[in-house]
Write a protein that binds this ligand. Sequence first.
Ligand code: PRX
Length: 644
Amino acid sequence: MSEMSLPFHVKFEPGKIRSEEWSKSIKDPEKYWDEKARALSWFRTWDKVLDDSNKPFYKWFVGGKINASYNCLDRHVVTEKKNKVAYIWEGESGEVKTVTYYQLYKEVNRFAKVLQDLGVKKGDRIALYLPMIPELPTAMLAATRIGAIHVMVFSGFSADALADRINDAGAKILITADGSFRRGKIVELKKTSDVAVEKCPTIEKVIVVKYSGQQVQMKEGRDLWYHELMSKVPSNTYVPPEPVDSTDPIFLLYTSGTTGKPKGVQHGTGGYLVWVYWTLKWAFDVNDKDIWWCTADIGWITGHSYVVYGPLLHGITSFMYDGAPDYPQPDRWWDAIERHGVTIFYTSPTAIRMFMRFGDEWVLKHDLSTLRALGSVGEPINPEAWLWYYKVVGKERCPIIDTWWQTETGGFMISPTLGIELVPLKPGSATYPLPSIVAEVYNDNGQPAPVGERGYLVIKTPWPGMLQTLWRDPERYKMVYFGRFEGIYYTSDYAIRDQDGYIWFLGRADEVLKVAGHRIGTVEIESALVSHKSVAEAAVIGKADEIKGEVPVAFVVLRSGFTPSDELKAELSKHVRATVGPIAVPADIIFVNKLPKTRSGKIMRRLLKAIVSGATLGDISTLEDGASVEEVKKALEEMGGHLG
Ligand code: PRX
């Protein structure tokens, strides 16, 4: 861990203003949020800021009425922001479009009318399976305008994964595109949607955005073109924004957990919007002159909160790019920053490490002097990547804002704060919790871990952006997040707190992987593998990877009648890709005779991890809980593996 401090942009005594703000928020949270929430427009203010009478089902701004689309658009179009650019959009082919707040407002109203005409009502779920095109925020805001709940599924997910999420959510409408582009090739979204929808009885209509332009099959009576529907709606159409309860859900977003079934994380409208608004202000101090670029796909929470809601609530200009980061050349992103004058750039450690590998010259070719801050999210950032980002991209002028948070938290939780006060940065640490967040590192027994010792990060206070529950599964919500340490939010992350109180993240403590910053459960990959006819049993673990942080490695026991071969490996990879999606494909598949298990039948995951990381048996025997050295040796022999 690097302890190096970079105190050069400290304006004040380190931490004083920040800790005062934090203390204020903790001392009287209701008073604090009663003031903060007024930054948004409410149709009716709340009767109670925080209702914690039914823990852990916290309710924020109870009695308040609000609308997301109104706050993102209507508010701005009556000001000088009317003709301000909301999105500068660029496609992989180089095509550039701009969408002003007023244009977006008009599109959203028209599409809200389309949805209404198709019978969509408040509380209905609308599934989205779209690439990074302006129609995506349009569809999200149109849904929220009429009080419908959007359920976005990342466009890299397979037909099965899409169908599972649609079915769990009970979505009525699916919005997709004919196809999208990746490295010049077409990704067939409509085709995948067709396969998915066959298994989705609740889907009544499929709306298709024409984007890639290739031929697609349109099913009579079910499939409708977006542009045809829109052309029938007059351009001055106004759909009054539905004043929803603050506690009505704004969206569901599925994410991976320790079991095979993805969890439908449910966010409430008022609390989520307030949290996203303030966290973006606190961390990056966004202002009217900014050109903000968050590189995340809208299919993940980062895109929801900081490509769509956060920037639009603030009325700032965002750059949005659809395509591969290194296409056609490794300087695609730096070139985009230069051409569009991006002022804040927010990306993942995986992307940073990839660009670092391409070499400094690709960055140095470009004038990046418009940049004023750089952000990182999604996985721990190693000090080497942090320093490279800081020096080569930011020219030692731009602070690195490493934001730690989760799908469940709605917005940033632990991060430096340009908008309050910047504390001295340590490469690799996300610094301190934001206002309202009391974070602690616990040991196994739920006691605070000593300084410098690894433990589990927990959050002891409720905050407005926290998930409300898991969709139609309140018991699982209670168990997963508040069961590990009674009544306290469990993050599933390993962390260390250092002597200055800075928090350092060490990755997930559960069976969830972060592959290139994408969250995927090992169980999901295992289920995909065992659904192949040749596989009897499978165990998936994460292996450290220089660029992607970690990658999945699978241990597979074949059914009798099947023999290990490279062809079978390739077939299994293809099968995982088709069942879950490209992010789940194992970097390696190791065929074994038997999986190593403890006497109680638990797979010895640490043994498997040790095997792929090249550790020796001596290192492992002490690591396996409940297994003796003899057992480990025996398991290893039966496995058919070998260890030094
Ligand atoms: O392990 C942490 C890691 O990403 C997990 C949450 O993943 P997801 O819900 O997909 O949301 C990602 C974007 C917010 C966390 O449990 N993580 C996220 N940000 C960081 C991080 N790990 C270390 N440092 C971060 N800045």
